[in-house]
Write a protein that binds this ligand. Structure first.
Ligand SMILES: [Zn+2]
Length: 275
């Protein structure tokens, strides 16, 4: 059954509680138009060319992306007008009659927000979430190394980075997925009720140094850098599952973005060729 992007977006506005979807400063359409006929929907953390190719190979011509299409949070393309990669990407969307919706702000409404809900579901942390604490969790005491290894296994992440004693017992955790500013990181790490702070990424030269000094000055603390995409990706899997409930006309699928980085011990490159 035919459905336009406009109809899909109207339903999303209703379900996600944001009138800005499709017309916002950030939550806007970055390729195609509202009138595009949608054959299928892909939910991805970031619409890289690779993700766009994965989507179109599955017959999904509408992509909902949490991060930007054109290399800046606002999708400001001014600096890329003569950039060969920008043009290639723009042409790729056009050639394949694709529509791309940047869906950022609407997924960060509430606490826990739609992105964190995805991580909670994937990790099975529903009963660990503190009822009153925003983004705070309590676990039965477990060594840090074991806690992180469990995360890496469940989420299939090879490049998480950690500061802190691997043997340190972990119980009280606070999360801030995606990017967290170094001032917010310092405030969270300093809290008496926080052992471990989990983030996507931050200003390494500021936060990593602060955490080392906190530990050296006598506190038992740790920080887990999951990687920006890796920390938020499950939110888009969660979104796809939700959308299946109210979009029945076309398939809705979560499309994974392969992990961006590799380790020297395990050199791998899973990104797809376009031709
Ligand atoms: Zn986000």
């Amino acid at each position: 059954m035919a459905i336009t992007a406009r109809e899909i977006i109207e339903r999303m506005r209703d379900k996600l509680g944001s009138e800005q979807i499709g017309v916002g400063r950030i939550d806007k359409i970055t390729a195609g138009s509202m009138d595009t006929e949608v054959r299928g929907i892909a939910s991805v953390i970031m619409v890289t060319l690779d993700a766009a190719k994965r989507a179109i190979d599955k017959g999904l011509n509408m992509v909902i992306t949490h991060e930007s299409t054109y290399f800046s949070h606002q999708d400001n393309t001014a600096q890329f007008q003569n950039d060969a990669t920008y043009k290639f990407k723009r042409d790729f969307f056009e050639k394949n009659n694709m529509i791309v919706l940047h869906l950022h702000d609407a997924l960060h409404i509430g606490s826990p927000d739609g992105i964190l809900k995805g991580l909670i579901k994937e990790m099975g942390w529903e009963n660990n979430l503190n009822p009153q604490g925003r983004n705070a969790f309590t676990f039965p005491s477990i060594p840090l190394a074991e806690f992180v290894q469990n995360m890496a296994k469940k989420l299939d992440i090879r490049t998480m980075r950690i500061e802190g004693d691997p043997k340190m017992p972990v119980s009280h955790i606070v999360t801030s997925l995606g990017n967290a500013g170094s001032d917010a990181c310092a405030r969270a790490i300093a809290r008496d009720d926080v052992d471990v702070f989990i983030i996507g990424e931050t200003d390494e030269w500021e936060t990593a140094g602060y955490v080392l000094d906190v530990i050296k000055a006598g506190k038992k603390k740790a920080i887990i850098y999951m990687g920006h995409m890796e920390s938020e990706q499950m939110g888009m899997k969660f979104l796809a599952a939700q959308m299946k409930e109210y979009i029945k006309e076309v398939p809705v699928e979560y499309v994974t973005l392969p992990e961006l980085f590799w380790r020297t011990k395990n050199p791998v490159w899973e990104f797809k060729k376009l031709s």
